[in-house]
Design a protein around this ligand. Sequence first.
Ligand code: NAP
Ligand code: MG
Length: 402
Amino acid sequence: MNKIQMKTPLVEMDGDEMTRILWQRIKEELILPFVDLKSEYYDLGLPNRDATADQVTIDAALATKKYGVAVKCATITPNAQRMEEYQLHEMWKSPNGTIRAMLDGTVFRSPILIDAVHPAVRSWEKPITIARHAYGDIYKNVEIRTQEPGRCELVFTGESGNKITKLVQELDGPGVFQGVHNKEASIRSFANAVFTYALSVKQDVWFGAKDTISKTYDGAFKEIMAEVFEDYKERFEEAGITYFYTLIDDAIARVIRSKGGFIWACKNYDGDVMSDMVATAFGSLAMMTSVLVSPDGVYEYEASHGTVTRHYYRYLKGEKTSTNPMATIFAWTGALKKRSEMDGIKELEHFAETLEKSCLNVLNSGIMTKDLVMLADPACVTKEVLTEDFLRDIRQELEKNL
Ligand code: NAP
Ligand code: MG
């Protein structure tokens, strides 16, 4: 069989631990036999990030900007314990954080649905995609805890010298205070990323905030989203999709009663919390796809779970594991599909779609990894498999369907 040719390289970011092992196996078993893979490889594994003083992460983000599409393996975000384990020179920052900041992107996460796993919310029939604004709010806050009575003020000093002072609260005893901010430019990019993505997948957008209570802060989000939407209004009408704003509590109630099939745009904290709720209600993190989209149309695909450390330690002892490769496979297919769309390579698109379909066929035939067996309707399970057997079954199915 002739391998499918590519035009532009895909930016490939390798990672750590069990997902690094999966990465290699997925490539060997499911990609390389079929595609003459053109990739620009960056090793974001922790040892190489340490050896390059994290320059490799920056280079990978720059390459993503240059080529437009990347696929990323899960990576370790170092903490004190990892400093010791890997003898690191520094506690390097989260690569995802670095890349997100450089691409100014929004993260979209959606579940992969299979017949055997029923969402905990019975009305959900289609995936719900969470679009999380990933800048500011409490993630860049300053906090004070006090032990005596006193007053706390919020002071803004403009470049012009203009000062705005507001009393936060005067307290007669110990208390806590918090200062948060956001940037108008960042909210605007978020809005652009969300509306652009919605057009590409032809799904409605919902956005909720608490502008009745936070009239200025959340009010700014509501206002800027509406303003940016004006540029998309016509294209939304043509695509037959809508933008809907409501209060965040009302949004949550409606999400639970909905059938799914839309994009739920969330402020940073809401997105953090609600994506875990949605992922769990749909099944598992190993069945979530995740893509970072920049406002200028750069895409980075990844799995939303971590490096599955516990499985890796077992792997190091020579044990075989039943680690679910779905999210990582779908990161590859997502990236290949986007690449084929940009370069107009029909065979590549067909390949990526067939690979996705083959994975689902295997799962829907009742063959699944342990994490899914534990969630699935027992009547739908025919066999619990190790990762390598699962990949082999997908390979067979893929060859049958291609
Ligand atoms: P994790 O790697 O997602 O794993 C947590 C647990 O979830 C696993 O122990 C496993 O449960 C289950 N699990 C996750 N993915 C699975 C899969 N594909 N197949 C089967 N089971 C799966 O999270 P973590 O243990 O909190 O973090 C490990 C490392 O990943 C950390 O160093 C963290 O910094 C990093 N991390 C990276 C990313 C990223 O790069 N996107 C995201 C999150 C975390 P059982 O052990 O019970 O089977
Ligand atoms: Mg979270």
